[in-house]
Design a protein around this ligand. Sequence first.
Ligand code: IMP
Ligand code: MG
Length: 182
Amino acid sequence: MPLLTEDTQLGGQKVERVVFTSEVIQQRTAELGREISAAYSASDRLLVLGLLKGSFLFMADLVRAIQLPLHVDFMVASSYGDDKKSNGDVRLLYDAAASLKDRSVLLVEDIVDSGHTLGRLIPRLQARGPSSLEVCALLHKRLVELEPPARWVGFDAPNEFLVGYGLDYAEDFRHLPYIASL
Ligand code: IMP
Ligand code: MG
C-alpha cells in the first residue's frame, strides 16, 4: 500500500515526507508500554491523562501496551489557533473529571515544541496533589528542556511541522497512521 495516498492531500496540502512509519510507531509504543509497566505497580493507581486532541491515537495504542490496572482521562489545552506557531497563551478548554490526589499521573502529550503547553500545565496539575506526575511525549523537538524533563519520549523529532497519528495542521491529517512533515 503506498504511504502517500490522495487522502494526504486533504485541505489542499500534500505531506512532504514520511518521518515515522506506522510500523516504527507501533514498535516504539510497545517499548514505551513495557518501560511504563515496569516503572509503576498496581498500588500506584495509575491515571493516564491524555492531552487532546493530538494524543488521541497515541493514547489508544499506549494504554493497550501498559500491563497494569489504570484509569484514563483527558484534558483539552489550547495554545494554538490554526497557526503553526505557539502564541504562549495556554487555555484549559476541558478539564479532567478524575481526581489526581494521591495517584500516579502520567501525562501524555503528542509533541513538545516550544514547551509552553506542558510548562504551564504541569504546575497546575502538581497543585492537585498527585503522588507523582510524569510526562510521556510521543515526539520531542528538543528545542527546549522541560523542568522536570519528560520521563518518556517516543522519538526526537526534526524541527519541522509534523502531521499525522493525531497531529494536525488546521485539523487536517490527524487520521494518518504515520507521521509526516508538511
Ligand atoms: P508547545 O506548547 O509549543 O510545546 O506545543 C504543544 C502543542 O502544539 C502540541 O500539543 C501540538 O498540538 C502543537 N504542535 C507543536 N508542534 C507541532 C507540529 O510539528 N505539528 C503539529 N502540532 C504541533
Ligand atoms: Mg494541534
